[in-house]
Design a binder for this molecule. Structure first.
Ligand code: BES
Ligand code: MG
Ligand code: ZN
Length: 503
């Protein structure tokens, strides 16, 4: 989809006019021909549409130039958020596709250009439009597939420097959206296809021809040699080989310490021998979205030429029950020599992340941020519009919360602490993969995070690195999706990380 900017338009098959509640809706008629203007006036007089948040009305005009005008309510000007802006744009694109249109134009209100700045209006506008356009429907019959858009035109009167910023924002927004749609696609691909091996091949494919990016895939013999006993344990019940995928981006000085991103890449989580009940097993193809987010973040940063060194570590395997599966009561030895008692084979994410957190030490990192669909408990706590953020480091907490709010992706700071760390001490090993505070699963998101924290310290040198963990409870929507983004993987976290890495 092309994203264009025009000062005014004479014609458009689908013209979208966002309006503020209580600011007079007359403005809408000034962009259209007189015949269409009188129809809009009639809508306004009827009071059926008052620009309340989340409302819209489609006006059909007999004029050839503007056959469809979508009036969209932004709600009160003081209440509009960047997330709200993105939703309005996304909504408009999906509405246009719903009417089988392949081109649309959207008027960008001056108030928003002022509030968010021209760059952010362009960047997040283009991003939201492209994320909305994407549909995972390649497995449906051709005539049931969503038709791709050819163009989305933003109508803005900005001039000079501001106009340049708007255009720069659009270009960069398109780059990032392209990456996000690619990683959404990995997440949406059925688990029988999206194996660890395919994930590694797709990582190589998506990284090709990006300046300063290299990929190294560690296979079974390398993983054994490195002593990644936790990753090996989780993967041993599957016929699919595990992979440990390493992506490196050298955008900074050779001497500058890298930010290491780690992503959980379980391509299907059946629970293993602690098998999930059927209702909880569907959607578990999305259990590699932490890896997808880490991959999307490094590739987006590389495409934007961020002047930093970044590494992404993606441990990937399948969690399956079989005669060769790891069992509850097994003790696994992580790469750093620590022993882990398996109490539940469904708490597998923290295990594969443990080995990656150990491996991260080899980079002497500036900071380490991991992404994982780690616990149902986090979703119970926050719902699926926000993700949980855990870190012992105040500056990382603040930096990530700020990046999230700048990107219109919301995070919420949840606790680590001694009671959670206590809860995962084991009788027969150094640590166990299950624990609760006051009840076997109480505080499950925090005991999972405490388990990860344990591996941020090198047991020999006692060295730790600044670390944060994002429990991605909102990385996918249900099958139905939302009005501004379709169902399936939504790429949550990449926009936040781009803000964080750029900042
Ligand atoms: N992949 C799941 C967590 C999950 C559940 C993500 C629902 C998204 C939606 C994870 O591996 C898991 O199974 N966690 C268990 C942990 C428990 C056994 C301590 C859970 O949350 O029930
Ligand atoms: Mg599990
Ligand atoms: Zn899982």
């Amino acid at each position: 989809m092309e994203v264009l900017v025009k000062k005014s338009i004479e014609q458009s098959p689908f013209f979208v006019v966002p309006l503020f509640e209580g600011k007079g809706l007359k403005e809408a008629s000034q962009y259209v021909d007189s015949q269409t203007a009188s129809l809009i006036d009639a809508v306004i007089r009827s009071k059926d549409f008052e620009a309340k948040k989340g409302t819209s009305t489609l006006v059909y005009s007999p004029s050839g130039q503007m056959p469809r005008i979508l009036l969209v309510g932004l709600g009160k000007e003081k209440d509009i958020s960047l997330k709200g802006y993105k939703e309005v744009i996304g909504n408009a694109v999906i509405a246009a596709q719903g009417k089988k249109q392949t081109a649309l134009s959207i008027r960008i209100p001056q108030e928003l250009e002022k509030k968010f700045g021209p760059y952010a209006c362009g960047y997040y506008g283009a991003l939201a439009a492209m994320l909305a356009e994407y549909s995972f429907d390649q497995h449906k019959q051709k005539d049931a597939q969503v038709i791709p858009m050819s163009s989305c035109t933003f109508v803005s009167q900005l001039n000079g420097k501001d106009e340049k910023q708007l255009i720069k924002g659009i270009e960069e927004g398109r780059l990032v959206a392209g990456v996000i749609n690619d990683i959404r696609h990995l997440g949406n691909t059925p688990p029988g296809i999206m194996t660890p091996t395919l994930l590694s091949k797709e990582t190589v494919r998506l990284s090709k021809n990006i300046k300063n990016v290299s990929v190294n895939i560690l296979s079974l013999p390398d993983i054994k040699k490195l002593g990644m006993g936790c990753l090996l344990g989780v993967s041993q019940g599957s016929v699919e080989e595990p992979k440990f995928i390493i992506v490196e981006y050298k955008g900074g000085a050779a001497s500058s310490k890298p930010t290491v991103l780690i992503g959980k890449g379980i391509t299907f989580d059946s629970g293993g021998l602690s098998i999930k009940p059927d209702a909880y097993m569907s959607d578990m193809k999305f259990d590699m979205l932490g890896a997808a987010t880490a991959l999307g973040s490094i590739l987006a940063a590389a495409k934007l030429n961020v002047k930093k060194n970044i590494v992404a570590l993606l441990p990937s395997c399948e969690n399956m029950p079989s005669g060769s599966s790891y069992r509850p009561d097994d003790i696994l030895i992580a790469m750093n020599g620590q022993s882990v008692l398996v109490e539940n084979t469904d708490a597998e994410g923290r295990l594969i992340l443990a080995d990656a957190l150990c491996y991260a030490h080899t980079y002497n990192p500036k900071d380490v941020i991991d992404f994982a669909t780690l616990t149902g408990a986090c979703m119970v706590a926050l719902g699926n519009e926000r993700s949980g953020l855990f870190s012992p480091e105040q500056s990382l907490i603040e930096g990530l919360l700020q990046a999230g709010s700048k990107a219109g992706e919301y995070l919420w700071h949840l606790p680590l602490g001694e009671e959670y760390s206590e809860a995962i001490k084991a009788e027969v090993a150094d640590i166990k993969n299950l624990g609760g505070v006051g009840g076997s699963r109480y505080g499950g998101a925090s005991t999972a995070a405490a388990f990860l924290q344990y591996f941020t310290e090198d047991p020999k040198t006692k060295k730790t690195y600044p670390w944060a963990h994002l429990d991605l409870s909102s990385c996918y929507t249900g099958t139905k999706g939302k009005s501004y983004i379709r169902g399936g993987a939504n790429g949550f976290g990449v926009q936040t990380m781009v803000e964080y890495l750029r900042g």
